[in-house]
Each structure stands twice: as structure tokens, then as C-alpha cells.
Design a protein around this ligand. Structure first.
Ligand code: LLP
Length: 386
């Protein structure tokens, strides 16, 4: 995981707000900062897609209440995976209509389904077990089913959520059994869902899902929408990869023309919030071991576990010295946590970097603070929305 030192676009929001960020960093060792305008831009680009009828934000990506408020005010709906997420949403927005919430649990206990159906949530079932073992909960009801498309995708094996090795979704050969079950229980399959994984760079992923789900939908005459999941990437500065939302829209529109009876839903997490978030920290110490150089920063895998867990790459910038004209050297950026895995990887850094320089870790708006922990009992960073 080596930073390729491509020149950054000067238009990136945190360079435009550099002075303000350096100011904010004076008062705290570590802080998550989110830029509301960047979130609004992501919302607008999804709302621009003609093929998409409803957007559900996967709130597991980031549940900061002020950030949720931006999505709420722009009429984005919410995808929740636990009663905790649903309750948090209702507590934050007491007037939220229950129809704005999609509940997509996985291997949940029976009581959660009873609770969700009684509350009137849209519930996604991703296994035949609940239907076979707890028929009383679902008889005569409307439900959504999650299908395993058979091909998992994504930036790391831990985030591929389809295929035989994945615990998610109803296995395709079981669709016949599903048809018999829903008929005998008078269940309406109102929606068919699939989510292949996270951070996928192939437009065809969603086009194939839409086609696969449309064909399955034809087997039930109650299906009104196809939920083609999330997994849309943000543009990756380090290797210039991105997905053209225009190509995706065109491709989906082609499928929609073929199957005009279905509405299309999506449930993105990362796409809506990743680029809006940065983690500001400071250099704490430096260490040489022969040729190897470590630069320590004020926070580590406790606040951003993605590099340790998935070998994920995040740009790391010395914000204090961003415009200094010094040569760079390859260093390993590490945090203060007592684990060897507490590393943000190898990065090119300005040679004159010093204790207390402000360090910026980019693209952490999704799965940064929401996956942080109290490990080592280090304080969590404050979170600020600009
Ligand atoms: N829908 C379902 C059913 C999901 O399981 C997920 C993510 C999403 C939507 C939203 O996916 P997104 O658009 O954010 O890729 N912690 C990992 C990502 C795990 C995502 C889990 N499921 C990471 O930091 O990359």
C-alpha cells in the first residue's frame, strides 16, 4: 500500500478550506470534519439519475446526527440494519414517516422481525429460514427478498456480499422453493433486492443485478420495485478510478425500458458521504530504525480501522506543509494503539515534517467514525460539520 503521489486536484474541498482547518486543528488533537456542500453535491448527482426512483442512505456508513439531518432534509430515505439504527433515526427525526425506513437485517433473532413488522417497516428477508420457521410473522404480509446473485464484488474479500461463501442473500436455486412458500402463505413479494459488495468500479455490476432481479420479479406478480443495492465508489485519487454515473444511468434506463413495470431503488452509503469527511490529527513523534522511518500521529486504528482491516488506502497529507517545496521520503504512518496492525500504511511525506504538524487523512466520511471503537480507551475525536 504505497501512496502513488499523484498531484491532488486543487479543487478538493479540504484544500479550499485549508486555513480554516488549520485553525480548527489548533484546539484539538483529533477531529472528524465533514463538509456539508460535498454531501449535497453527492445527493444531487444521485438525484440526477433518471433511472432511479428512490434512494435509501445506508446509515451504517455514518450516523452522525447532523450529517443524517442533511440527508433527511433532502428527502433521502434510510436503510437500517438493526433496531438500534431504526431507533436512533426515529429519536433524531421524531416526525420521520415510517415509509422512509427500509430494514435489512441479516441473521437477526425472531423478535427483531416481529418488532419490525409490528412497527410497519419495509422488511427485507435474506434467508428462507424466517419464512419456514416463523410463518406466523409473515403470513399475508408484504415483504422484500434479498437474492444472492452468485457474484460478489468489492474492494476486499470482507466486503463481498454475494456468492456461495457469503452469508447474505437467498441462494438462486432456492427461488423455486421461495415461490412455493410465498404462495402457500399469501405473502406479497413487493420488492427484490441484491447487494453484491462495496466499492465496485464496474458499471455492469448494477446493470446485471437489475436484469437478474427483473427476471426473478417476473416469477411473482406482486413485485413493484427492484432494489439494486449500494456499493458505488467515490473517485479514487490514488489510481484515478471512478464510475461514470451517466453510463450507469444509461445502462439502467435500458433495462428499465425492457421491464417498465418496476421502480428502481438504490441504497448507497459510501457514495453519499465518503468524500465529505476528513480526519485531522497531529504528528506526535518520529522514529528511525535503519532505513525505515515511522511518523506517529494522534489517532490510529481506533478511529479509522479501514487500513488495518482491509488494507484500504486513504490519502494522508501534511496540511501544515502542503505548499512547502521540499523533497519527500517514504514513511510509515502509525497511530498510538498497542497493536502492530495500527498503521495507515506507507506514504510519501515532506522531509521537513515535525512534531505538531497538522495531518489530514482523506475520504473518511464513510465507515470512519461509524466503525471507530474505544480500544485502548483512547478518546474518540470530536465531529464537526462545516
Ligand atoms: N446495502 C447493503 C445491504 C449493505 O450491506 C451495504 C454495505 C450497503 C447497502 C452500503 O454499501 P456502500 O454503498 O456503502 O458500499 N466497512 C466497509 C464497507 C462495508 C459495507 C457493508 N454493507 C468499508 O469500510 O469499506
Amino acid at each position: 500500500m504505497i501512496d502513488s503521489v499523484l498531484p491532488l486536484q486543487e479543487s478538493v474541498w479540504w484544500l479550499q478550506k485549508r486555513d480554516h482547518l488549520l485553525d480548527l486543528a489548533k484546539n484539538q488533537l483529533n477531529a472528524f470534519i465533514y463538509d456539508s456542500k460535498t454531501i449535497e453535491r453527492s445527493i444531487a448527482s444521485l438525484k440526477n439519475m433518471e433511472s432511479i426512483d428512490k434512494i435509501f442512505y445506508a446509515m451504517k456508513a455514518n450516523f452522525n446526527p447532523d450529517l443524517l439531518r442533511i440527508l433527511y432534509d433532502f428527502n433521502i430515505n434510510f436503510e437500517c440494519v438493526s433496531p438500534g439504527e431504526v431507533k436512533f433515526l426515529i429519536k433524531t427525526f421524531p416526525n420521520i414517516g415510517i415509509n422512509r425506513i427500509l430494514f435489512t437485517p441479516n441473521f437477526s433473532p425472531k423478535d427483531e422481525y416481529i418488532w419490525a413488522m409490528n412497527l410497519g417497516l419495509k422488511v427485507t428477508i435474506d434467508n428462507l429460514y424466517p419464512l419456514k420457521e416463523w410463518p406466523e410473522i409473515f403470513k399475508n404480509k408484504n415483504i422484500i427478498v434479498r437474492i444472492d446473485t452468485g457474484h460478489g464484488e468489492g474492494h476486499h474479500k470482507h466486503v463481498k456480499t454475494a456468492g456461495k461463501e457469503s452469508k447474505f442473500g437467498i441462494h438462486l436455486p432456492q427461488v423455486k422453493e421461495l415461490m412455493v412458500l410465498v404462495k402457500s402463505m399469501d405473502i406479497n413479494i413487493v420488492g427484490i433486492h441484491a447487494h453484491n459488495g462495496s466499492e465496485i468500479y464496474e458499471v455492469n455490476n448494477w446493470i446485471t443485478i437489475a436484469e437478474q432481479l427483473a427476471l426473478i420479479g417476473k416469477k411473482f406478480n406482486t413485485t413493484k420495485f427492484l432494489d439494486i443495492g449500494g456499493g458505488f465508489p467515490t473517485s479514487n485519487h490514488s489510481d484515478n478510478r471512478s464510475v461514470s454515473m451517466k453510463d450507469l444511468d444509461d445502462g439502467l434506463l435500458r433495462i428499465k425500458q425492457k421491464y417498465p413495470n418496476y421502480k428502481f431503488w438504490i441504497e448507497p452509503g459510501r457514495y453519499l458521504v465518503a468524500e465529505s469527511g476528513i480526519l485531522l490529527t497531529h504528528i506526535t513523534q518520529m522514529k528511525n530504525k535503519g532505513d525505515k522511518k515511522f511518523i506517529g500521529v494522534g489517532t490510529g486504528m481506533n478511529t479509522l480501522i479501514r487500513p488495518a482491516l482491509y488494507d484500504a488506502h486513504h490519502e494522508i497529507i501534511n496540511l501544515t506543509r502542503y505548499y512547502d517545496n521540499t523533497v519527500t521520503e517514504l514513511v510509515e504512518i502509525v497511530g498510538p494503539i498497542c497493536e502492530s496492525g495500527d498503521s495507515f500504511g506507507m506514504h510519501r511525506f515532506k522531509k521537513g515534517s515535525r512534531e505538531d504538524d497538522v495531518i489530514l487523512i482523506a475520504n473518511v466520511g464513510a465507515y470512519g467514525s461509524s466503525m471507530s471503537s474505544h480500544y485502548n480507551l483512547r478518546e474518540l475525536p470530536i465531529e464537526i460539520i462545516l
